[in-house]
Design a binder for this molecule. Structure first.
Ligand code: CTP
Ligand code: CA
Length: 229
């Protein structure tokens, strides 16, 4: 019923969407992650599906419910997400990258559980633990570099300051058509919240701020913008 009530302005389009937080394992029980709920991605996936698109979501382990009509591949690590998305690089018209991807992963400790008496002591701190991290590939930047004619890319940015600057620079750096940014330290916005306040800008320099809207509504408006592009 909802689909019948929605404009079918994405009919015939394939959307590839990343969502949620990646999990980077360290030892047998611990991993490195972030508080992304995957809600913004799930709202966008659902909105795109209702508007007629074929939707494929590649998400971290935790993300809200999605209808069966949406293809859903779950991964754990940034590297797994990178590989799955790269496999699909030629198979979508619109790429929406909402995932909170770990920029770095801890070098694995191994299959055992780390015991606290193994922590490395330093003269300054007798109970310090040092863990090394390695950089992960940037999924959106890689897809941006090989963007095909007719493909549209939407990036996201969660920032603690300088939002407009970050949105403009990430838009260019990742060769996106639209970049949507939000501040993580605002009330009623960002991680875990059902609402969000965003600043977005497209590749033609047009920008807009939207304040304290439900993520469902924001998803609809972001797709309106994409349809116009
Ligand atoms: N992104 C990605 N792969 C990564 C890191 C980020 O696909 N390894 C995507 C995110 O899904 C988002 C955009 O790139 O759409 C911006 O992510 P963000 O973390 O804000 O930017 P970074 O380039 O990682 O820069 P920084 O975290 O230092 O601000
Ligand atoms: Ca990052």
């Amino acid at each position: 019923v909802l689909k019948n009530l929605s404009p079918q302005d994405l009919a015939g389009k394939t959307v590839l969407l990343t969502a949620g937080a990646t999990q980077e394992p360290w030892d047998a029980v611990r991993y490195w992650t972030n508080p992304s709920s995957g809600l913004m991605g799930a709202c966008l996936a659902l909105a795109a599906y209702l508007r007629g698109a074929k939707v494929h979501v590649v998400s971290g382990p935790q993300i809200p419910w999605l209808p069966n009509a949406i293809q859903h591949s779950k991964v754990k690590t940034a590297k797994e997400m990178y590989e799955l998305v790269l496999d699909q690089a030629d198979a979508f018209d619109i790429g929406i990258f909402t995932a909170a991807v770990a920029d770095f992963s801890p070098l694995p400790f191994g299959g055992e559980k780390f015991k606290k008496d193994k922590a490395v002591s330093t003269p300054e701190n007798s109970s310090a633990l040092t863990i090394e991290f390695k950089a992960n590939p940037d999924i959106l930047a890689t897809i941006g570099k090989q963007k095909k004619n007719g493909q549209l890319l939407v990036g996201f940015a969660a920032e603690s300051s300088n939002l407009e600057f970050a949105v403009k620079s990430k838009l260019e750096r990742k060769n996106c058509d639209l970049l949507v940014g939000n501040l993580i330290n605002q009330e009623n916005s960002g991680f875990k919240s059902e609402n969000n306040s965003v600043f977005m800008q497209d590749r033609f320099g047009k920008s807009e701020s939207l304040n304290n809207l439900p993520k469902t509504e924001l998803a609809w408006r972001i797709l309106n913008w994409l349809v116009a592009l």
